[in-house]
Design a protein around this ligand. Structure first.
Ligand SMILES: Nc1ncnc2c1ncn2[C@@H]1O[C@H](COP(=O)(O)OP(=O)(O)OP(=O)(O)O)[C@@H](O)[C@H]1O
Ligand SMILES: [Mg+2]
Length: 236
């Protein structure tokens, strides 16, 4: 793992722990802990209506916050098999095995594809090097087994996923999880609210009633001007 300073400065929970911007994610943590009548949300997908909304940055910041300074065991999984970015954001080796390797090869285990980033107390499964039809992989019994094992071994599991409007992957995953965090930019245009509604509708098709939907309004973070604005979380 390379020095912290080479990470994207927007990954505030890793690069600027203790800053106002990083502390914003603590509010999200409290909300997660409260979900499910206090049982908490253990496995959570991060998604958004469209590409480039800030899903990956949010997933890493959330996982980094959950893992920070505590005994918590946290697993971050890159389940955006279309445009994986967790591994590259965390400066992991591009040839590292990951989720697709477990899902396409019975001999590969969760341990084989997990890297512990010790400085952040964060375990990471990148997207990996396996090939296959994405929907089939995400629907497979292997995926369910992997998630079951992860639930037994980690306190929190955060999945980075693709945007909802172009593909159904996140809606498909949602049925196996406790919650879905929808990242929406703090942008009030008619177009963005139309996209939000479309994304929400698509998610409703996939999730069971037990899966909670949270919306996170993400202010633009300008590097060098971290921490000017608050995150807003809606539990719906
Ligand atoms: N809150 C933010 N403010 C400003 N820029 C941001 C913010 N969050 C992410 N970015 C930047 O926007 C770009 C897209 O972010 P990110 O990769 O997290 O989005 P994404 O939704 O995961 O994209 P994709 O749909 O391609 O997976 C990156 O360059 C990232 O550094
Ligand atoms: Mg992404």
């Amino acid at each position: 793992m390379s020095p912290k300073k080479r990470l994207d400065p927007r990954l505030v929970s890793l690069t600027a722990a203790g800053s106002f911007a990083a502390e914003q994610y603590q509010g999200l943590r409290l909300t997660l802990e409260r979900l499910g009548n206090g049982r908490g949300a253990q496995a959570l997908a991060v998604t958004s209506p469209a590409a480039g909304d800030g899903k990956t940055v949010t997933a890493i910041n959330l996982a980094g916050t959950l893992a920070r300074g505590s005994e918590a065991r946290v697993l971050l999984i890159d389940a955006d098999l279309r445009r994986p970015a967790v591994g590259s954001q965390l400066r992991m080796d591009a040839s590292a095995r990951g989720l697709t390797d477990v899902l396409t090869d019975d001999r590969t285990t969760l341990d084989d594809v997990t890297t512990l980033l010790e400085q952040f107390n964060l375990s990471v499964v990148p997207a990996g090097t396996g090939h296959g039809a994405v929907h089939q992989m995400l629907r497979s019994a292997r995926f369910e087994r992997l998630l079951k094992e992860a639930r037994e071994r980690y306190d929190f599991i955060v999945l980075d996923t693709p945007p909802l409007l172009p593909v159904y992957d996140s809606a498909l995953l949602a049925k196996s999880l406790d919650g879905v965090l929808m990242v929406v930019s703090a942008n009030r245009s008619a177009e963005s609210s139309r996209r939000r509604q479309g994304a929400r509708h698509r998610l409703q098709q996939g999730r069971s009633a037990a899966v909670r939907l949270l919306r996170l309004l993400l202010p633009r973070i300008l590097p060098g001007r971290l921490g000017q604005r608050s995150l807003t979380i809606h539990d719906s």
